[in-house]
Design a protein around this ligand. Sequence first.
Ligand code: ZN
Length: 164
Amino acid sequence: MTLPIRTYPDEVLRNKSKVVKDINGKIITLAEQMAETMYLSRGIGLAAPQVGESCSLIVVDVGDGLVELFNPTIISSEGLLAPYKEGCLSLPDITLEIKRPDTVFVKGVNRNGKEITIEARDLMARVLQHEIDHLQGTLIIDRISKAHRQLIRGKLKKLRQENT
Ligand code: ZN
């Protein structure tokens, strides 16, 4: 089953996600439905708030297989601040050039409750940072300059009109 994707300016996208304390059948089902929703939408990452759930869970697949991560956090980042045009399933028709470190170390828990650390580079590093941002209520439109934001204000207005 796929889930409807929440889009800007839905307030749920602004919530801070709660730590998952009990990885039970219900939340594993949510993770599976999120993966299905991501693939159907041709996305490469999805965070729980994007389907209306304020819990700390992300799914990612940049072409190397599905990664499902509960309570992910960035432990450290390094490397160049690389610019890259990012899209977001919650901001349809908007792509923005965002600068992020090209290497990150991310810690989280898998569905068996085992703690795992991922050293991610390039696209994987970028997607993990983008999805972990969602868990904090941060969107790509928060990571651009005021001047840049002015340029897309028409598109944002259109989304607000469509979604409220
Ligand atoms: Zn997004």
